[in-house]
Design a protein around this ligand. Structure first.
Ligand code: SAM
Length: 234
């Protein structure tokens, strides 16, 4: 089925309907919903990066990127894990409504991923907790699990915190994340556009920018398993 498509960007109407249907943000899970305009641009950006790939692994999708990506990239198998059952239920409703056979929604905590069998994905997308109070742990934990789920040579996009005048913790997290990804054999390209905006943000001026990650040398850096309890987020 082809519904609401305009080349590689989903139609404004489809994005609006989907954005309006999202469950209210649960801030205890670091949910802050991307605005519908940012959502549309972000899906276009991801489609331009991964549209020709076979599979993508996504952790967390309160924004509802995954059904939009699945519909405009019909050859891409999209697998998403998400802790929030409300988000999973809504994503499944959209999967049925759009007749998507290339979207797999799994209600799972990132902390349980090691006990399951995720491997061999050729790309990933992570929009991690920005981790202002735990020295960037959430950023690295999301990237760590994504890299475990992907094959040695893979590509990914990580939505990183961005501010016009970055606070110290933002700069520190950039540096720590760069070091972490480098230790796993990744090179990093920073893309400013699109800068994504969110509703009800915690830090004034906070947006996200994409880091395009290319893992070409399969090094094993220091593992960063996701912390238990709130320590994962703050
Ligand atoms: C971590 S939030 C961050 C969003 C964005 N960085 C922001 O600040 O607006 C992104 C998604 O991850 C999900 N998530 C949070 N904790 C998770 C966990 N332990 N396992 C799997 N998904 C999780 C959230 O429910 C949400 O859908």
């Amino acid at each position: 089925m082809v519904l609401g498509l305009t080349h590689q960007v989903p139609s404004e109407e489809l994005v609006s309907d989907m954005a309006a249907s999202r469950p209210p943000a649960d801030h205890t899970l670091e949910q802050f919903l991307m605005t519908r305009e940012s959502l549309r641009k972000q899906v276009g950006f991801l489609a331009s990066k991964f549209g020709q790939h076979q599979s993508i692994f996504i952790i967390g999708d309160d924004d509802h990127v995954s059904p939009l990506l699945a519909i405009i990239c019909p050859r891409l198998m999209v697998t998403i894990i998400e802790i929030d059952g409300r988000v999973c239920d809504n994503l499944c409703r959209w999967r049925r409504r759009l007749g998507l056979t290339n979207l797999d929604v799994i209600n799972l905590d990132i902390r349980q991923v090691n006990t399951c069998c995720f491997s061999g994905f050729d790309s990933f997308y992570a929009n991690p907790p920005y981790s202002s109070k735990n020295d960037g742990h959430g950023l690295r934990a999301w990237a760590f699990v994504c890299l475990q789920a992907c094959r040695d040579e893979c590509r990914g996009v990580v939505a990183m915190p961005w501010m016009d005048h970055p606070e110290q913790w933002v700069r520190r997290n950039w540096v720590a994340m760069r070091a972490f990804l480098t230790s796993y054999g990744c090179s990093i390209v920073r893309h400013r556009a699109p800068l994504c905006e969110y509703g009800a943000i915690r830090h004034a001026g906070m947006r996200s920018w994409n880091w395009a990650v290319h893992r070409h040398t399969p090094l094993q850096g220091t593992p960063e398993p996701p912390a238990v309890g709130c320590a994962l987020y703050r």
